[in-house]
Design a protein around this ligand. Sequence first.
Ligand code: NDP
Ligand code: HSE
Length: 410
Amino acid sequence: MTHIAIIGFGVVGGGITEVIRLNKKAILRATGDEINVKYILDLRDFPDSPYADRVVHDFSVILNDPEVKIVCETMGGVNPAFDYSMQALRAGKSVVTSNKELVANRGVELMAEAKKNGVSYMFEASAGGGIPEIRSLRTSFGGDTVSEIDGILNGTTNYILTKMKNEGADFADVLKEAQKLGYAEANPAADVDGIDAQRKIVILTAIVTNQLASCDKVYTETMTKITPADMDAAARWGGTVKLLGSSRIDHENGKAAIYVCPTFVPNSCPIAHVDDVYNGIRVNSPVTNDYMLYGRGAGRMPTAGAVVSDVVSILSGVGAKELAMDWEHAEDDFVLPFGDISFAYYVRISTDSVDETLEKARLVFGEIEVLAGSPAGCVEFITAKIAEKDANAAFEGGALGEVQSRIRLM
Ligand code: NDP
Ligand code: HSE
């Protein structure tokens, strides 16, 4: 019997006890052992829970119990989660987490501390919820180098966009639904403003480069400005709008372009068809070429399942060793300046003189593709690829008129 503790008994933490109960036989088969949740640390008591007698409010109870071998940290936030995790690792306990904010900010220190103490720090649940992307990216590309990642990395916002597109649902109503379903962050601004996806693309990039970029170096744009008119335009163009986290990695020069923004995705790309709370991660490498990971990106059971898969890996004697990661904090110039990256753009401009506006647009952008079926009083077009800073300069000063929308193409 292996004793574990759960710190943070909310959506994910609560799911861990359920997964362990439901999959008792499978866990026994995989590890030859049973898992006992000895302690649950939370701010609240849970008098109606079958685990009520395991609830403690003092972390030192867990820390000082040598029987506890693994701590599952599902409380979220950087502190006190960081302090508790470091203390547990120093005490020779492995730590498993779903907390991407912590991994994206302090993963280097936590992994180093685990290594020093001969234990594991694992975080399969921290990016992509139930998708086993960390093992996949680390173990299946052994002789290859991942050079491109594009992912729908946030379940809440994909759920919102899907409902807006298919049902014309109201943004605020769907966000409330996503909160009720346990998908959203404690502060859902992290979801809708792209911060959660930013943390996840930083983690995914670190998984394939061992370089943990500073989150504040990653250009991040909210999805709250996506309108039904944008969705309609994307459909006429032959695709859809998704909030993507993207990374373009230049292994040779040790640089990466990393960004999160609403993006027009063509229907020919499988990511365009990833809907609801599902996440989809497209990976490209020179040898394997295009590769796609798909699964539930948020929610109690899929996320808890990913946490338990790490626990099982540790119990099986594999643990973090298998992943052979050695992260360091990236130098400031690891992330390429966003202004230097080139995109093609979808643009919608208010105008009473379509021909005149298009003429001006051609002068600025050269060749453009005019989109048919625009709403009255607007003109819409797709530009050729242009550096972000040059596109910004073109739009500055309002020479082209009132720009209603500008969205990058994948
Ligand atoms: P919840 O808010 O549902 O759960 C967090 C729990 O931790 C709450 O019960 C909270 O108590 C408790 N807690 C917070 N601070 C402390 C503290 N200092 N000491 C003890 N307990 C504390 O969040 P989730 O379960 O949804 O998320 C947990 C983590 O997993 C987060 O990092 C999140 O980003 C991540 N995650 C979540 C997913 C999801 O689908 N929900 C998916 C993937 C990752 P109280 O409620 O009283 O504040
Ligand atoms: N709030 C996150 C999401 C949870 O919606 O994707 C999973 O990381």
